[in-house]
Design a protein around this ligand. Structure first.
Ligand SMILES: [Zn+2]
Ligand SMILES: [Zn+2]
Length: 446
């Protein structure tokens, strides 16, 4: 076996050194490069080697990142950090996994498919990947060649998986970036990264998108309408398989896919379902229900529009917290089961509202429908409130709209392109324009 240099711990050693220290004789080996560097610094090479050996396990030989820096950020810097500070990484990851561990699992949960169709807005799979030999975070030190090899690999991997178009953040207008952020295709940090790029599916669907040079080098995402995590997974997986043929994806036998944040180790997968839960909100039962899912089933639940947002449009996103020591199928199953269970709770909450306040509820639905279909001017907040009622009206079958999809689209559009379409005009003009778009869309779906 080749002996490695005691200073860089990576190159083959070509020089040997023997130091007598007290009664012991210490042996050191160096590569030519480290040996010459030490001499040029005026330090005996064995001193550098001793220092390095004393820090073994607390420092990454490839990128010089230290365990102390990791403590502060809970982010690793390169794939080798995990290998060079294995014990440290193992202990930190174990702490995170323990804190988010499910104490119970949901089995055999069932729900009427019509209910799922009405309450599950969309299903999303995200896979985090990195490239061997590249730090997790992009920088100009990567070199243009490596960055373009990453972009090329990501685009080539789309062949046979989806029809792909690449946008580099440095070339996109602020408006286009804003639209992509609001559609959840890219994140704010990516939009602000001059080296960031996104490969998106051509056409209106935007089911597939791949963020490049975000927190991890590659973040593949597939979003499907309604309750369809498996469909999203299949599509994302097809791309991921191609990707592994194009680029040397960072993987470790113990940790699985290596990711900047240890919370994504393992499968590197997040599976999430967006749910419409208005009755749980109305009855005030929502927070307790969500807390239970966090505590008992180890899941992450949050309002859909932004981190910490408390369910604007009554939309909540439920996802796995842990991707480690669990298979992709198990993750999908646990998120699906929790979503189904929440839909069941929502249905009982709705029944309760109907039992106690039927007239009031139906009246509110009709008033909102009247407002939305005839208003000349609509504020964003008004629209949000009324759309919730209208969606409820569709679920109860009391309104002349028979499909939920256009309403879901309208919600997403209200949260995104409305602002884009109306950028630069006054609030008043914006409200008038919003009302006219809503009227037109509802006319089309009747
Ligand atoms: Zn060396
Ligand atoms: Zn490193």
């Amino acid at each position: 076996m080749k002996k490695l240099c005691d200073i860089c711990m990576s190159k083959e050693a070509t020089r040997q050194d023997r130091i007598v220290s007290g009664n012991a004789t210490l042996e050191f080996s160096y590569c030519e490069n480290c040996y010459q560097t030490a001499l040029s610094m005026g330090i005996p090479p064995y001193e550098l080697a001793k220092k390095r050996l004393a820090r073994r396990g607390s420092e990454c030989y490839s990128c010089s990142y230290t365990a102390e820096e990791f403590e502060k950020s809970f982010l690793m810097r390169c794939p080798d950090c995990y290998r060079n500070m294995r014990a440290k990484a193992r202990a930190s990851a174990a702490g995170y996994f323990e804190a988010h561990r499910a104490s119970e699992r949901l089995f055999g949960v069932e729900c009427d498919t019509d209910i799922l169709k009405n309450l599950a807005v969309s299903s999303r799979i995200r896979l985090a990947r990195n490239v061997e030999g590249m730090p997790f975070k992009a920088s100009y030190a990567d070199g243009a060649q490596n960055i373009s090899a990453l972009f090329d690999g990501a685009v080539k991997a789309a062949k046979g998986a989806f029809d792909c178009e690449l946008y580099q953040m440095s070339e996109l207008s602020t408006l286009k970036k804003k639209a992509l952020i609001e559609l959840h295709v890219i994140s704010l940090p990516l939009a602000n990264s001059p080296l960031g790029a996104v490969a998106v599916e051509k056409g209106d669907d935007l089911e597939m998108s791949v963020m490049l040079n975000e927190e991890d080098r590659i973040r593949t995402q597939c979003v499907k309408d309604g309750f369809d995590l498996l469909g999203a997974y299949e599509k994302a997986r097809r791309y991921d398989e191609n990707l592994r043929r194009q680029l040397p994806i960072a993987y470790d036998e113990e940790f699985g896919y290596l990711t900047a944040c240890p919370s994504n180790l393992g499968t590197g997968m997040r599976a999430s379902i967006m749910l419409f839960l208005p009755a749980l909100v109305m009855t005030g039962a929502i927070n307790e229900a969500l807390e239970q899912y966090r505590r008992r089933y180890g899941l992450t639940v949050r309002g859909y529009f932004g981190e910490g947002s408390d369910g604007a449009y009554s939309l909540y996103q439920i996802s796995n917290s842990i991707a480690f020591n669990v298979s992709e199928r198990e993750i999908i199953c646990s998120v699906q089961n929790a979503a189904i269970d929440l839909c069941r709770l929502e249905t009982s909450a709705l029944e309760k509202v109907l039992r106690e306040n039927k007239t009031q509820l139906i009246d509110k639905i009709f008033r909102s429908y009247g407002l939305i279909t005839s208003a000349y001017s609509l504020s964003a907040n008004e629209l949000m409130q009324t759309l919730i009622d209208v969606k409820l009206g569709v679920i109860l079958g009391v309104l002349p709209i028979h499909s939920m999809t256009p309403l879901n689209d309208l919600i997403l559009a209200c949260a995104s392109s409305f602002e884009i379409l109306t950028d630069g005009i006054t609030e008043e003009e914006r409200n008038v324009k919003r009302a006219s778009i809503v009227r037109k869309r509802l006319e089309e779906v009747k």
